[in-house]
Design a protein around this ligand. Structure first.
Ligand code: MN
Length: 203
């Protein structure tokens, strides 16, 4: 009997609560339409696999693997992104403390240096993609990944701590073509508690 399916996660805040940094209209579309589309597409691949195994038909594995990496990557990264934001002043914004603050200071020298590097990774990501802060257990070091689409330049085996979506669909209503303004706004709603929890799990 095949296992379960991906499910669109509920947000821990209302659609209007990240404004003015992400507007209600922008967040509603992003979560309920764009993210939902990745969930549906990833689940459709599992349906295709189930069907082929039931009727014995052949699978185009190259196509299936590519679609699954893209759509499940989209689902996982969006789920992380929602989790690592909170309304400004109510968990969102400010500077980190605890284990993640120490890890950032040890690796980057200062929080400001980390912020500059992460922002740069987000702004310069070619086409659609993500800036992701991850933690390598083998090296015991945090590292910034610049992920194109949802799955290109993705280093395997790292624990994901913090993600910022810089696809145009994340900011086009609020900032039009001005990605740097969206990246700057993100620092007002980043939830360091969530990143800290993830780091604790990774250690
Ligand atoms: Mn997105």
């Amino acid at each position: 009997m095949p296992g379960g399916k991906y499910v669109l996660p509920k947000l821990k805040y209302g659609y209007a609560e990240l404004a003015p940094f992400i507007s209600e209209a922008q967040l509603t579309l992003h979560h309920s339409k764009h993210h939902q589309a990745y969930v549906n597409a990833a689940n459709a691949i599992y349906d295709k696999l189930d069907k082929a195994r039931q009727d014995g038909s052949e699978l185009d594995f190259k196509a299936v693997a590519k679609e699954l990496a893209f759509n499940s990557g989209g689902h996982v990264l969006h789920s992380l992104f929602w989790e690592n934001m909170a309304p400004a002043g109510k968990g969102g914004g400010g500077i980190p403390d605890g284990a993640i603050a120490d890890a950032i200071k040890n690796e980057f020298g200062s929080f400001e240096r980390f912020k500059t590097e992460f922002s740069k990774a987000a702004v310069t990501c070619e086409g659609s993609g993500w800036a992701v802060l991850a933690y390598g257990k083998m090296t015991q070091r945090p590292i910034i990944m610049q992920v194109e689409k949802h799955n290109v330049n993705f280093a395997p085996g790292l624990a994901l701590l913090l993600a910022l979506d810089v696809w145009e669909h994340a900011y086009y209503l609020d900032y039009k073509n001005e990605r740097p303004k969206f990246v700057e706004a993100f620092w007002n709603i980043v939830d360091w508690r969530a990143a800290n929890e993830r780091l604790k799990d990774a250690l």
